[in-house]
Design a binder for this molecule. Structure first.
Ligand code: AMP
Ligand code: GLY
Length: 422
């Protein structure tokens, strides 16, 4: 089989490595991929948002199956366009990807179907938004409606900060069109859990839970990033909580989307907060998380391609999806200065024995050398029967990788370890 994977980060590298385990896979094309993914796939220099270019390539190369991994092409209708040419895909159509593409849509969906989430109001008029701020207490959460590279959420500690956020989004156009509409919502507290799920629109199969580390610095200090490390499973996510989430959140969401004529097929990511009043949805993503995928897929025992095809074909209910009960830890190695300003172009050296653990996010190949080309450069995952050993192994592997200006958090998984001991 010829497989096409749209995207070019650590998540896509993890998907590609897992797909390759199936002997029926002859070739995987990564569009655009990156210098590290090139070890495992044929990288083609077509951008993940060039929908026409992706479709042309898929048709010309008689691709049998496509996996669309990032949010932008999904929201732009990449799956719809490929399906029109008869190419089966993993990923939601545009009308379902809106669950991530518009926070106003997802909040209204949750309200309509009674799915637990933070109380909120939506605004497309700045004066009304500013007036509303006078009626609520800080902290106040202000969110841009559309995709904003994970930066469209401001947790304002004072009303003044909230006003600045609203003005930046609605008047100064800080997030472009994404900020023309906004959501203002209640501030919630509690441990966060990421639950990725496979769904064919009828059946929903949650994957092993995970915990992201979004801040740049140790002990959750510094700026928000795309994610500096992950562990799985998430110790806060007990069996009891999982059952409750299935009843109150997962199934109601899948049914709501179907009811709305927006059947969701693919990976639906539930960003949850376990508040004192119970689990609440913080956000939906219409795709695999990054770097959650780098700990979740290494724990998948079932064949990924088989599961993905069951999602596409609507036969997920009859398809076993099994996870190992081991633990996984992924430490992200970034360029010092990320997420603000950082230098690129440094040579990366990775011993051969370490490569199977590495998921490359930002690197390019030049004259046979691998050079850093992004803020997040790579993730290193280890799987062990317990989290403590997985973390120790992951950091031991990190120590064997070299590039100038490399930076990683030293405390990935510490909170999870402490929670696990409680
Ligand atoms: P999002 O992009 O929606 O995932 O939000 C980014 C981060 O902001 C989340 O991972 C949470 O840590 C935080 N956050 C978002 N919404 C809320 C909320 N209502 N209350 C508290 N924290 C929130
Ligand atoms: N790790 C969070 C995300 O993928 O959105």
């Amino acid at each position: 089989m010829k497989i096409l994977v749209v995207g070019g980060g650590g998540r896509e590298h993890a998907i590609i490595k897992k797909l390759k385990e199936n002997p029926a896979v002859e070739v995987i094309y990564a569009l655009p991929g990156n210098g590290g993914i090139a070890r495992d796939a044929v990288c083609v220099d077509i951008s993940a948002t060039d929908i026409a270019g992706i479709v042309r390539f898929a048709v010309e190369n008689a691709v049998d199956y496509a996996v669309v991994a990032p949010d932008d092409p999904l929201v732009l209708g990449c799956v719809d366009a490929l399906e029109e040419k008869g190419i089966p895909c993993f990923g939601p159509r545009a009308n379902a990807a809106i669950i991530e593409g518009s926070k106003v849509f997802s909040k209204n969906l949750m309200k309509k179907y009674g799915i637990p989430t933070a109380a909120y109001e939506t605004f497309d008029d700045m004066a009304a938004a500013l007036a509303y701020l006078d009626t609520v207490d800080a902290p106040i959460v202000v969110k841009a409606d559309g995709l904003a590279l994970g930066k469209g959420v401001i947790i304002a500690q004072t009303r003044e900060e909230a006003r600045d956020a609203v003005t930046a989004m609605m008047q100064d156009g800080k997030f472009g069109k994404s900020g023309e509409k906004i959501v203002i919502e209640e501030f919630l507290t509690g441990p966060e859990v990421s639950v990725l799920s496979f769904t064919d629109g009828e059946t929903v199969v949650p994957m092993v839970s995970s915990m992201d580390h979004k801040r740049a610095g140790d002990n959750d200090t510094g700026l928000n990033t795309g994610g500096m490390g992950t562990v799985a499973p998430n110790p806060y996510y007990t069996k009891e909580t999982a059952d409750r989430c299935m009843r109150e959140i997962f199934l109601p969401t899948i049914r709501a989307m179907k009811q709305e004529g927006r059947t969701f097929k693919g990976c639906l990511y539930f960003g949850l907060m376990l508040t004192p009043k119970g689990p609440r949805v913080i956000e939906y993503n219409c795709r695999f998380g990054d770097p959650e995928t780098q700990v979740v897929l290494p724990l998948l025992k079932s064949d990924l391609l088989t599961v993905m095809q069951a999602v596409t074909g609507g036969t997920l209910r009859d398809t076993p999806v099994e996870f190992s009960d081991a633990c996984a830890a992924c430490v992200i190695m970034a360029s010092r200065g990320y997420p603000v300003a950082y230098e690129k172009g440094y040579e990366i050296t990775i011993p051969d024995a370490v490569w199977p653990h590495v998921y490359v996010a930002g690197a390019k190949e030049k004259d046979g050398r691998l050079l850093t080309s992004g803020g997040r450069v790579l993730g290193v995952t280890a799987v062990r029967p317990n989290l403590k050993d997985a973390l120790a192994e992951s950091y031991a592997l990190v120590a064997q990788i070299h590039f100038d200006n490399a930076y990683c958090r030293r405390d990935i998984g510490q909170r999870a370890l402490q929670a696990g001991e409680m």
